[in-house]
Design a protein around this ligand. Structure first.
Ligand code: G1P
Length: 310
């Protein structure tokens, strides 16, 4: 069976939830402490053995290309100051992976973005990582998904149980048990169903390992929810076995740490967690945070909202 070596990262989204910050800056460049979200995503792909990375970009995404490119002037300036530590930080992003870019042109949906990868990917299985979902490095979800692909062939999605009230924000899966407690067979997928129509509370999260059979299916998939070509709809076609090849669809049920950095409140929580875990910043930051929370909790203490309004 062909090994998976390629990762596709769709980054053409407008990032409207983070306006005005994302007016001129790609949302994928927003930092978690001092490292842009996109770098964490590429690092995750590389840790899983996928160092051929294709980004599906759009307008206003030049900063992403600059981030993974050599920064001659900056490197020379740091070298002149003997600032080896920062020089290494700047060079790390360049050396991380072999990064390629293709433009989506028109915003026709996630399925269409993945279809734009077909020429680069060819006839190999590949992974898709969505930039809004960060998976904690201590919980190697993608590696587990690659194992499941190696065992069963076909395609593999990542699933996470969510509150029934939240399932309408995700693709939802109908599943059957397998012999492995963290693996299910996916029999159908529905994109963002109303809670009462959802086949389960298992939500598709932003990691996929796809058989190349997805490409002709995507090309034939009509616009679905929101008038967009949905990746979920194409995987549903594979899961229904309505085509001859492509193999089964399995789901890895993930119970580890996921950070939805596409949501502002969750983005803030992610920054706090990552800052607290950092050996260089964590101890001082946590001490300040404890004081800050105690201050907020005091009767007569200044509530956060008043401070924000002030
Ligand atoms: C996309 C997919 C959806 C999936 C979600 C995971 O939706 O279409 O099936 O559950 O990512 O984050 P989006 O969040 O881009 O609207």
């Amino acid at each position: 069976m062909i090994a998976v070596t390629k990762a596709v990262i769709p980054v053409a989204g407008l990032g409207t939830r983070f306006l005005p910050a994302t007016k001129a800056t790609p949302k994928e460049m927003l930092p978690i402490v001092d490292t842009p979200v996109i770098q964490y995503i590429v690092e995750e792909a590389v840790r899983a053995g996928l160092d051929d990375v294709l980004m599906i970009t759009g307008r206003n995404k030049r900063a992403l290309e600059d981030h993974f490119d050599v920064a001659d002037q900056l490197e020379a300036a740091l070298r002149a100051k003997d600032d080896e530590e920062r020089l290494r930080l700047v060079q790390d992003a360049t050396r991380l992976a072999d990064v390629h870019y293709v433009r989506q042109g028109q915003p026709k949906g996630l399925g269409h973005a993945v279809l734009c990868a077909s020429r680069h990917v060819g006839r190999e299985p590949f992974a898709v990582l969505l930039g809004d979902d960060m998976i904690d490095r201590r919980d190697p979800l993608l590696t587990r998904m690659l194992e499941v692909r190696a065992q069963h062939g076909g395609s593999v999605v990542a699933l996470m149980p969510v509150d029934a009230a939240h399932i309408s924000m995700y693709g939802a899966a109908a599943t059957e048990l397998t012999g492995d407690s963290d693996v299910v067979r996916v029999t159908a997928l529905v994109e963002k169903p109303a809670a009462r129509d959802a086949p389960s509370n298992l939500a598709v999260i932003g990691r996929y390992v796809l058989d190349p059979a997805i490409f002709p299916v995507l090309a034939a998939t009509p616009p679905g929810r929101g008038g967009e070509i949905q990746l979920t709809d194409a995987i549903n076609t594979l899961a229904g076995g309505r085509i001859d090849d492509g193999g089964p669809v399995h789901g890895v049920v993930f119970t580890g740490r996921r950070y939805d950095t596409g949501d502002r409140a969750e983005y803030l929580r992610t920054i706090v967690r990552f800052a607290a875990d950092r050996p260089d910043l964590g101890p001082d930051f946590l001490a300040w945070l404890r004081e800050f929370v105690a201050e907020q909790d005091q009767p007569g203490g200044r509530p956060v909202s008043a401070e924000v309004r002030a």
